[in-house]
Design a binder for this molecule. Structure first.
Ligand code: SF4
Length: 438
């Protein structure tokens, strides 16, 4: 396989009209092909389980496709540290790398790469940062119907990475890109890009490392595409929320002049398959975590995601993965609210696994069971409180009860919980509509 006929498949939300702002294409009224969301989730869950079962065979197939010493090169990295060393050695005079924003790069490699003294360019921020794309709250998002956006993501082959008009030189930068899925039958690499940021990295950087966790290897091209499409559409909210909030000042690729001759033989492309604790997780009780497709749908609705880490928001999936592999995460910040489980397209029981790990690590006080039980049953508690509204309100405002609640649940007695009301929201709404409400 040569660099120029490497089977890349690009997925981007604006695939149909390249320059349209991604949120607008989601509501494309011309697209009448709808998809059954429940069916999509079911198919994805089955596919992920069977891919993990066939993983060792798939990994062997991939090794056969990428011949030893050939180009592109296939490199196996046991840890993030190993992968960083490989990337650092490939960096030229500028010691600069351009990364995309996939989880494998930002959560597993970035700290290591920064510690190795490399200048990091986050093309995602510099390319996607526009005032009108800033969403700071969930309710600012456009309507995102998964049933109609599924078909907006198309896997388009990247036509000859070296074919950019007028490009005679490359920049002295190494590109490091996270991969969404790899097919074991023909080696196709599926990438999700936004505003062509990945295409630009591949075209302009002196050499490029495609990095994937071993769990991203799936048996067939069809499955690789399906997985990446699901990742893109279930993760659309996370993408839009990320597009503005938290933007950092970062160097731009344009700051580096074009100077490396654009010679086909110098286009170095490597695929790093990284274990970084994944096999160990697969052999443990936490195996379901490896069915994750990395869509980050669990992140935005998680009330704790902004507090799990001091530097940036973490999804509950990332929190658990980092705790299992690095062991320095604050698991007790998970409230056990179960929201992540509801939104996860693969139905991973993240709260259950977080709880299990807390217990295994013996960092779990018996009173915490009570607190977590209460917090995970909020809906039932609210329904009961509403049913017995006057009495429940008396209790909830009673100082002695509040002191006891603080002792057993950790909820401060200085806080007043909202009043319960007997009429349900549904009834109030119906009354308003029928004109009987005030
Ligand atoms: S755990 Fe989170 S990132 Fe993984 S598939 Fe489920 S929602 Fe997506």
């Amino acid at each position: 396989m040569d660099c120029d006929d490497f089977p890349f498949l690009m997925i981007e939300p604006s695939a149909v009209h390249k320059r349209r702002f991604s949120a607008q294409v989601l509501n494309d009224p011309a697209d009448t092909r709808t998809v059954d969301e429940a069916g999509l989730r079911q198919r994805l869950q089955k596919m992920r389980v069977s891919s993990l079962e066939k993983l060792e065979t798939s990994l062997q197939n991939v090794s056969c496709l990428f011949k030893k010493g050939g180009s592109p090169a296939l490199i196996y990295a046991a840890s993030a540290y190993d992968a960083c060393n490989i990337i650092k050695r490939a960096c030229g005079n500028t010691q600069s790398i351009c990364i995309n924003k996939s989880a494998v790069i930002t959560r597993e490699l970035k700290t290591c790469l920064a510690a190795a003294g490399l200048n990091i360019i986050e093309s995602y921020y510099t390319d996607l940062h526009h005032k009108n794309e800033e969403f700071t709250h969930y309710w600012q998002l456009p309507r995102i119907p998964i049933t109609s956006i599924f078909n907006a993501f198309e896997g388009e082959p990247l036509k000859s990475p070296g074919a950019r008009d007028g490009m005679k030189k490359r920049r002295d930068i190494v590109g490091v890109i996270g991969v969404s899925a790899i097919s074991a039958d023909d080696g196709s690499v599926v990438l999700i890009q936004h505003r062509q940021n990945i295409k630009k990295i591949i075209e302009e950087c002196r050499s490029v490392f495609l990095v994937a966790g071993i769990d991203k290897v799936v048996p067939t091209k069809e499955e690789a595409l399906f997985q990446a499409k699901c990742m893109a559409c279930f993760g659309m909210t996370a993408l839009l929320m990320d597009s503005g909030a938290g933007s950092e000042e970062s160097a731009s690729m344009e700051d580096y002049p074009l100077e490396i001759p654009y010679d086909k033989s110098k286009c170095r492309l490597s695929l790093i398959l990284m274990d970084n604790g994944r096999r160990e997780i697969m052999q443990s009780d936490f195996l379901p975590l490896m069915t994750c497709i990395g869509c980050r749908a669990c992140m935005n609705q998680c009330p704790g995601s902004r507090f799990f880490d001091t530097s940036s928001a973490l999804s509950p999936r990332e929190l658990l993965f980092l705790q299992l592999t690095e062991g320095n995460m604050a698991l007790d910040l998970c409230l056990q609210c179960n929201v992540c489980r509801t939104v996860c397209p693969v139905n991973i029981d993240l709260p259950g696994m977080i709880l299990k790990l807390r217990i295994l690590q013996k960092k779990y006080h018996v009173l915490n069971y009570f607190r977590d039980f209460l917090l995970s049953k909020m809906e039932e508690i609210e329904k009961t409180g509403s049913y017995f509204a006057p009495v429940a309100n008396l209790f909830s405002r009673n100082k002695a009860v509040k002191k006891l609640a603080e002792l057993f649940t950790g909820i401060s007695c200085r806080r007043d919980i909202p009043f319960f009301r007997a009429p349900t929201f549904e009834k109030i709404f119906k009354d308003q509509v029928s004109g009987h409400g005030k």
